[in-house]
Every structure is written in structure tokens, then in C-alpha cells.
Design a protein around this ligand. Structure first.
Ligand code: UDP
Ligand code: MG
Length: 321
């Protein structure tokens, strides 16, 4: 049996189309399936539509989170509550076409335990595409684990991988990074990422930046090391310059026609001071970023809270984790 995990945040305009597309695509899967919808604190009619669908189809389960916890937390909830032998995560807006799932299944049957989609094209604006391209390349070059280029959350996970992910204790979940971290036999399948079928994206520009920061800081210590590198780059030339000025002053020989006493150097001093001040603030910010992450992790708050789980024949019950 395979589980489809779909995080949903205010997707009312697209849900019936999504259910139709999944229903017709599922004919090609050759496996039993369950649909796990995670309602991530929607404020529109998404939850009602999903509950209604669950009443009519016993394969549908709806997990309502107690508020909006964010895309990655919603996926985490879905993965933790899915029961399939393989779990496929996909976005509700049909950017990850359900018609591609047979290709993921094929690789799974060949023995791969993680099959992720690699986006060969995106139907999105040029600046957004450029930003994505830059982010994935930066992440690729500095992260401790091998996070494949242009792979998003659309993927198939074998039960073993799901179990491994579920015991990872961290609260900040950058799912595609954790997926790379757990290892196992992984492969990619190229697909074209469609434009959103209907509705508007929930991710704001800020949300995307935060996701990018979670990826960069959650999977790399390179930014921390940057402080030492910069320190050396600035300190060594400064030291040499200092030596030079001392000798200049002591022996008072003319340099470029100036003697030491005639060189006030105020501007150089001020510029140097501000430059260093700025650098120190940036480095402090980077240290703060890691400190904040430590703070979040030590609080041990759950990444999400479940209000109820609903499926046909199952009265809504409350559960928290
Ligand atoms: N989503 C979510 N919680 C959020 C934001 C988004 O569950 O706080 C879901 C959303 O319903 C969709 C998926 O995550 O299924 C991707 O969101 P979106 O399409 O807004 O992001 P983008 O495609 O721009 O990355
Ligand atoms: Mg989308």
C-alpha cells in the first residue's frame, strides 16, 4: 500500500481538481493507496472539502493541525501519520503532477528507497527561477550532506526511510535535507514542475527566504567558519600594514613624497573602523542564527500539534504529539 501525503493550506480552489487528478492517476499505480491530507490551519473551506471527501472515500484521511505550522511541519505530520509501505509527498496545487507517480513507483520496485523528483523546468517568473537556481547551488556547495540539485519535496520514501526520518529529533524540519541525511539507496527522476493549477501560493517571499535559511544553516557550518576566514583575510594584511607604518614612523623616510608626520590618515581610519564594525555585526548575526536554532531545539516543542484525525467511520478524535 502506498500513502500520498498532501500538505494543504488554503487550497480551496484547487482541491476538487486535485482529488479528480489523483483518482484518475491512481488507476496506473497498481497498488492500494491511502490519501493523507494535512490541513495546516487553513482559513478557507479547504478543511470542509477534505472532510467531505473523506466521508465518501474511506481511503482518505484528514489530519487537522491546531494552527498553521508551515509547509515543512505539515509534511512531517503527514509522513509521521502515514501507514503505507511507501510514502509519496506532493503539493496540493498540482505543481507535482500525480501522473508522475508511476515513474517513482517504478524506481521503488527496482529497489530504490528514496526516489525524488528533479525539476527540469519550472513554469515560474524569471527572478523566482533565478533565485531558486542560486539557492540550490549555494546549498549544494556548502551543505554537509549531498542534497541533490533542484530536488524539492516531491518524492517517494520507502517505509524504512520513513521510520528513520520519524525518529530524527529535530524541530526545525527541512525535509529534503533530512531525506538526504538519512542515506539509503536514492535516485532522482526528472520531471517538469507545472505552474500552480489554481489559487495563490501560501509561501510569501519571506517564507521562501526563511526556508532557504533553514536549509543553509541547518545543514552547514560553513557560515560559522566564515568568521575565521574573514578574520584572517583582514588581520594578516592589517598586521603587515601596521608593521609598515611603524617602520615608516620610526625612520621617518619619505613615501610617495610624504614623511610620516605629514600623513594624518583620518579617512582611512574611519573607513577601516566602519568596515570592521560592519563585518563584526554580520558575524554576530550568523552566530545568532545558530544560537537561535539551538534555542528552538532545546525547548523541545513539537514541530506541529494535531487537533484531530478524521476518516470515514472514524469519529474525529483528539491527539497531540
Ligand atoms: N503549505 C502548507 N503550509 C503553509 C504553506 C504552504 O501546508 O504554511 C502547502 C500548500 O498548501 C501547498 C504546498 O505547501 O500544498 C506548497 O505551497 P505553495 O504552493 O504555496 O509553495 P510554492 O509552490 O510556491 O513553493
Ligand atoms: Mg506551489
Amino acid at each position: 500500500m502506498i500513502s500520498l501525503v498532501v500538505p494543504v493550506h488554503n487550497e480551496e480552489p484547487v482541491l476538487s481538481l486535485l482529488l479528480d487528478r489523483i483518482r484518475s492517476a491512481s488507476q496506473a499505480w497498481g497498488e492500494d493507496h491511502e490519501l493523507v491530507f494535512v490541513d495546516d490551519g487553513s482559513t478557507d473551506r479547504s478543511l470542509a472539502i477534505l472532510m467531505d471527501a473523506a466521508e465518501r472515500d474511506s481511503r482518505i484521511r484528514v489530519i487537522k493541525l491546531s494552527r498553521n505550522f508551515g509547509h515543512q511541519a505539515a509534511i512531517t505530520a503527514g509522513i509521521q501519520l502515514a501507514t503505507g509501505d511507501a510514502v509519496v509527498t506532493l503539493d496540493a496545487d498540482l505543481q507535482d503532477p500525480p501522473e508522475e507517480i508511476p515513474r517513482l513507483l517504478e524506481k521503488w520496485r527496482e529497489g530504490y528507497q528514496v526516489v525524488y523528483g528533479i525539476r527540469t523546468g519550472r513554469e515560474e517568473s524569471l527572478p523566482k527561477r533565478a533565485a531558486y537556481a542560486m539557492f540550490y547551488r549555494a546549498l549544494h556547495s556548502i551543505s554537509d550532506v549531498e542534497i541533490p540539485l533542484d530536488s524539492g519535496d516531491f518524492c517517494l520514501l520507502d517505509r524504512k526511510v520513513v521510520d528513520a526520518l520519524n525518529v530524527l529529533p529535530e524541530r526545525v524540519r527541512f525535509v529534503r535535507g533530512l531525506r538526504a541525511y538519512v542515506g539509503f539507496k536514492q535516485t532522482g527522476v526528472a520531471y517538469k514542475r507545472a505552474a500552480r493549477a489554481a489559487g495563490t501560493p501560501s509561501y510569501t517571499f519571506r517564507g521562501l527566504i526563511e526556508l532557504a535559511i533553514d536549509g543553509l544553516f541547518g545543514f552547514s557550518m560553513v557560515p560559522l567558519r566564515l568568521a575565521s576566514y574573514l578574520g584572517f583575510v583582514i588581520a594578516i594584511p592589517s598586521f603587515l600594514a601596521g608593521l609598515y607604518f611603524i617602520i615608516h614612523r620610526l625612520f621617518n623616510f619619505p613615501v610617495f613624497g610624504h614623511r610620516a608626520t605629514e600623513t594624518p590618515g583620518l579617512a582611512a581610519l574611519a573607513v577601516g573602523l566602519f568596515f570592521l564594525g560592519g563585518l563584526i555585526l554580520i558575524i554576530l548575526g550568523i552566530i545568532g542564527e545558530y544560537l537561535g536554532r539551538i534555542y528552538i531545539e532545546v525547548k523541545h516543542r513539537p514541530p506541529y500539534i494535531v487537533d484531530f484525525v478524521h476518516s470515514a467511520g472514524n469519529r474525529p478524535d483528539s491527539a497531540t504529539r
